[in-house]
Design a protein around this ligand. Sequence first.
Ligand SMILES: [Fe+2]
Length: 498
Amino acid sequence: MLFDNDHDDDEDATFVIQRSTVSNAFLKHVPTGRAAQASLLVVMTTFTYAESDEDYKGLRYQSGFGNHFSSEALPGSLPVGQNNPLVCPYGLYAEQISGSAFTAPRDNNFRSWLYRIKPSVTHEPFTPRFPKHEFLVNDFTASEKVDTTPTQLRWKPMKIPESPTDFLEGLFTICGAGSPFLRHGYAIHLYAANKSMENYAFANADGDFLIVPQEGRLLVKTEFGKLLASPGEIIVLQQGFRFSVCLPDGPSRGYVAEVYDGHFRLPELGPIGANGLAAPRDFMVPTAWFDNTQYSEFKVVQKFGGELFEARQTFSPFNVVAWDGNYAPYKYDMKKFCPFNTVLFDHADPSINTVLTLPSERPGVAVLDLVVFPPRWLTAEHTFRPPYFHRNCMSEFMGLIYGSYEGKAEGFLPGGSSLHNCMTPHGVDTITYENTIARGCETPTKISEETLAFMFESSLIPKVTKWALASPHLDKDYYKGWVGLQSHFAIENANGRT
Ligand SMILES: [Fe+2]
């Protein structure tokens, strides 16, 4: 019972940029200079980050996409003029995390330096996590848990579990292609959770996560700081980052794209010019924050080759006092997307709404695109304005965050999903078609501010998990939305439908 037909209206999607989580009162008493740093060490050992409901209300972000960022939670904690000094400020350890090969070209070279209280290597050996997670797939080339079908698929919204379930426990795979062992492909997961991850962090060695919360905010603690995301925003957590997902609003659900090839980038703008679509300024990167608490046990759970392993340690992995680099998590508010479209006739391809893309080695062909369908004006004259009927060599997975998608009058609910696989025909349903023709389109209309849909589009053909195909919430009547389309063909009517 992974899906549910019930759905409450989406939660408050207020965007938050706030002050540092590091206590200002603490910082006011921080001395400066080398001599003072010894006394700070004493202060730090007694500094305990206080978790509370207010904890996420003081977040501050850095702005930009792909920038080289710097952030320090204590003044002077970043080394000056070098990455790896013999002795770091405050006695911190220097540790690099690389998100690309050392020798990757500059525009595709990602790494950050983390200055932390203890290095990541300080843990007991990894062992397989028990009980095993039965609903994750990552190697779609060999898994027996997946199947293929060319038919149109749609699922009703997933159900929030009744038993205690955190983000990782509530994560399950819907479809995907390729394998992280080959560094090529992707997986699409859903999650439904009702409790925060406690005293453990998750890291994904297989690829990057792009998380799309649909209901309930996510507060994600990372080694780089904290990110708070409401429905309508996305969070990207790249390969290797350790993070814990907390649920400040309680139950939460959403979508996750995992990519194995590399990292998302902004699409080229071509003739659009220098401005438009997702603006680099609107990507938010966390500021440094650290937890120096001693734990009797803190676990790091790592997904490696699709399997979960865990290692014990006595400190939080969120012990990074300062960091510097261009390999960092970020969030983006899709409501800030600046859409472009036709202003006279016909319908642009949905690629005009690309937020982020992960290019393949073939020019113009994506491993995975994130495409958004935001509120916007429809102005085309003598044009069928909703999405056109089509078949596509790319495969399209769609989700609805809130509202009502323009191409589906019925059945596609917030929290629901659809998959139109390679060359599977699709388009608007019968009701939408008939209403559009009856209404005409000479008057500009605006898609509601209360609607936000998105698509993961891939050149790789996804296989679908057997549990997703067997789910009682798979909409077996999906095809009926189209079989009612009537023939309006009339050989005597050469000028179109009357
Ligand atoms: Fe499509």
